[in-house]
Ligand binder design. Structure first.
Ligand code: NAI
Length: 310
């Protein structure tokens, strides 16, 4: 009896139906890996046009995976793509789809009041069991959760770009996230093939807390004329074993993004010198000398931008 009970409890506990809100760069990757690993996924976006684009991006990405993984067995590759796609549906009506959702994972624009509006709109109507999570990179999970009653069922799930490739998932607990929620999310992380680490709700969690100040100090080095951009990157690649130097990384992430993260943290924690604003970066952003990360065909230009600028 106890065995049956625990199996049924486990079955009920598992996250099977996932709603991904936002089908951009991160949301499409999250939806893809969830579907690939056997979960039912619904992607919610602002309009059908974006949803069609998201669906096409996921299809192409799955085809790339199939080509690599099922090189010798093209039929199995085709099945993998069609089965994964069959688990993905799309909607523009979040209120409708949350009714059947074990997990609502938000990957929309990085703006606290827009995220608040979203979670507030579903807190009262989502089933009691439904867990809410945010993929925010730089906002506080507790502050996002503040508008919800289900604070025990709220956590951060921080993925890395590109989601299908990067192995890490940061599972962020606020003081109010329950053990049950945390354990369900850790089990889900494993089920989608990620290696999860746990972190408190602190600025940047683990990875960005270390990387953003590194990029910031590299930019300060440029400002001071301590070393050239190329030499800073070569130093960190050959001297510290980093796969990408901090200047190239800053270009890859985007100067606009880095600048708003640093400024946001400085506003909240003005006493921390690691988060001091970067006049040089601000100048680049003001001059619009940065390139949107979504414009993939000019990524080569952007990756060499700081190299050429300095
Ligand atoms: P993105 O701009 O590529 O995608 C955001 C999508 O959300 C857009 O397609 C937009 O139409 C949609 N959207 C906006 N408001 C919405 C709403 N109310 N309902 C439904 N859809 C809505 O942005 P990206 O890069 O995917 O980032 C999303 C989130 O993930 C942000 O919170 C960001 O901080 C976080 N993140 C980003 C990483 C990155 O490398 N880009 C890495 C880790 C986290």
């Amino acid at each position: 009896i106890s065995r049956n009970f625990s199996i049924s409890t486990l079955t009920r506990a598992a996250i099977k139906n996932v709603t991904v809100v936002g089908g951009g760069l991160m949301g499409s990757g999250i939806a893809q890996i969830s579907a690939q690993s056997g979960h039912n996924v619904t992607i919610v976006e602002l309009n059908q046009e974006v949803l069609d684009k998201t669906h096409k991006n996921i299809q192409q990405s799955l085809q790339r995976v199939a080509k690599k993984v099922y090189k010798e067995k093209p039929q199995e590759g085709e099945n993998f793509v069609s089965e994964s796609l069959s688990r993905i549906s799309t909607s523009t009506n979040l209120a409708d789809v949350v009714q059947n959702s074990d997990l609502v994972l938000e990957a929309i624009v990085e703006n606290l009041s827009i995220k608040h509006k979203l979670f507030k709109s579903i807190d009262d109507i989502a089933p009691e069991k439904t867990i809410f999570a945010s993929n925010t990179s730089s906002l506080s999970i507790g502050e996002i959760a503040a508008v919800c009653k289900r604070k025990d069922k709220f956590a951060g799930l921080h993925f890395f770009n590109p989601v299908p490739v990067m192995k890490l998932l940061e599972v962020v607990r606020t003081p109010e996230t329950s053990d049950e929620t945390y354990e369900k999310l850790m089990a889900w992380a494993k089920a989608i093939g990620k290696t999860a680490i746990t972190c408190k709700d602190t600025p940047g969690f683990v990875v960005n807390r270390l990387l953003v100040p590194l990029m910031a100090e590299a930019i300060r080095m440029l400002e001071r004329g301590d070393a050239s951009p190329r030499d800073i990157d070569i130093a960190m690649k050959l001297g510290a074993g980093h796969p990408m130097g901090p200047i190239e990384l800053a270009d890859y992430v985007g100067h606009d993004t880095n600048n708003s993260i640093i400024n946001g943290w400085h506003e909240k924690f003005p006493e921390n010198p690691l988060f001091n604003p970067l006049p040089f970066l601000q100048k680049l952003v003001d001059e619009k000398n940065w390139v949107s990360r979504l414009v993939k065909d000019i990524i080569v230009t952007r990756n060499n931008f700081l190299y050429n600028y300095c």
